[in-house]
Design a protein around this ligand. Structure first.
Ligand code: SAM
Length: 287
């Protein structure tokens, strides 16, 4: 196997020209052209020869080469069929990589982890297509995919959202889901000039390391996430009204008010003031 050779702007341009590639905005295509950033991502993911890595959206295979060089095996899932012949070319010297031409949201990743890694926790690494960052991350956690860590490039503000707690405008369902399942750590902020084409906003690499034990005990985590979603769907309302009006919640007005009181919360509290442990307590009361 040869060393990764894509990663600088000249090589990327040469590949794009060879195949007359046209960027598709709808697929969130911003390819990495900075070797330092690529090194940072694979270092932060702590990839070793033991690891099976899932890459989401390989593009022309730049990050894929870096991953293949370090990992035991890489599977890369790419939606854009015009990238498949390019990937066949750029990854031809890397025998431990396979490419699946599919929408990642339609892939049964738990099954893939079972087949490729005997059901043991996998590492997910990606420069994510920004338009579906949240469904990808939530899907990985909520579908009970065995995950060791997720190391991904996301929009800077989304990385911030994953880290914050109550009392900030960025706090929401994503913050709570990420923090319930994993420990977030921002590895690096990445400016637009590290991509081709340049995105309009800054990006960040974030590593989410799966908790061995969740930080709160919840009898029914599905219910807890329904409460969280219902509360943040109606941010301006009180927690009680948000839950009563939500189609996600089947409890009566009285049951909701009683549970809020039993938890010791004010009847006028808003959902955005609740911490993860508060949502857990409320879910346990209701379930
Ligand atoms: N990994 C490459 C890099 O860093 O240069 C490309 C990253 S680019 C930000 C996102 C990639 O995800 C694109 O190649 C895009 O076609 C692909 N993509 C977009 N939506 C996808 C989906 N639903 N499933 C799989 N891949 C997708």
């Amino acid at each position: 196997m040869i060393e990764p050779y894509l990663g600088n702007p000249q090589r990327t341009i040469a590949v794009l020209q060879k195949y007359d590639f046209i960027f598709q905005k709808k697929f969130g295509q911003n390819f990495l052209i900075d070797t330092h950033v690529l090194d940072k991502i694979v270092d932060a993911a702590e990839i070793t020869k033991e690891d099976f890595v899932l890459e989401i959206g390989p593009g022309i295979g730049t990050l894929t080469q870096y991953l293949a060089f370090r990992a035991r095996e890489v599977v890369a899932v790419e939606i854009d069929k015009s990238l498949i012949p390019i990937l066949d070319d750029t990854l031809s010297d890397f025998e431990n990589v396979s490419v699946i031409n599919k929408d990642i949201l339609k892939v049964d990743i738990a099954k893939l982890a079972e087949e490729k890694n005997g059901g043991k926790p996998i590492k997910v690494v990606a420069n994510l297509p920004y338009y579906i960052t949240t469904p990808i991350i939530m899907g990985l956690f909520e579908n009970h995919v065995p995950i060791d860590s997720i190391t991904v490039m996301v929009q800077k503000e989304v990385a911030d959202r994953m880290q914050v707690g109550p009392g900030t405008k960025d706090y929401g369902a994503l913050s709570l889901a990420v923090q319930y399942y994993a420990k977030p750590y921002i590895v690096a902020n990445v400016p637009p000039n590290c991509f081709m084409p340049r995105p309009k906003i800054g990006s960040a690499v974030i590593r989410l390391t799966r908790h061995e034990h969740t930080p709160v005990q919840v009898k029914d985590d599905k219910l807890m996430f329904q409460l969280i979603r219902a509360s943040f769907n109606q941010r301006r309302k009180t927690l009680a009204n948000g839950l009563k009006n939500s189609p996600l919640i089947s409890y009566t007005k009285e049951e909701i008010e009683q549970a809020i009181a039993d938890c010791g919360f004010s009847p006028t509290i808003r959902g955005e003031a609740l911490r993860l442990e508060d949502f857990a307590q409320l879910a346990n009361r209701l379930s």
